[in-house]
Design a protein. Structure first.
Length: 116
């Protein structure tokens, strides 16, 4: 399984999880620039949620959440600002992360309101 297919599988699992939790998915893989892509933009009640999904086959090299670097977080914040510029109706927002390990069975952890 390639890194791209691992990531796509993780994003599918994350989207299914969010839908079951009552989130409304507005966009997936929203690209703002070459360096800035938001995996999932969703609405939880009246809060806009920008979600970074990190997926690994195993936890051999650590937890997937550890792959969110300061520069990645800054790029997410840039995308958030650009999205809010075009969608000023949203007043409440946050950044979440979903960490998924696929093997031996899928294990998902949802981290709400992250910051670095």
């Amino acid at each position: 399984m390639s890194n791209k297919s691992v990531g796509q599988r993780g994003e599918t699992i994350a989207a299914e999880y969010l839908l079951k939790q009552g989130y409304k998915i507005l966009e997936t893989n929203k690209r703002f620039s070459r360096f800035c892509e938001i995996d999932i933009i969703a609405l939880e009640k009246n809060t806009l949620v920008f979600i970074e999904v990190k997926t690994r086959r195993t936890n051999y090299c650590g937890e997937p959440i550890e792959a969110i670097t300061m520069s990645k977080f800054q790029n997410i914040k840039k995308g958030l600002a650009l999205f809010l510029q075009d969608n000023p109706q949203y007043k409440k927002y946050r950044i979440d992360a979903i960490s998924i390990i696929l093997e031996p069975k899928p294990d998902l952890k949802h981290f709400k309101n992250i910051y670095l």
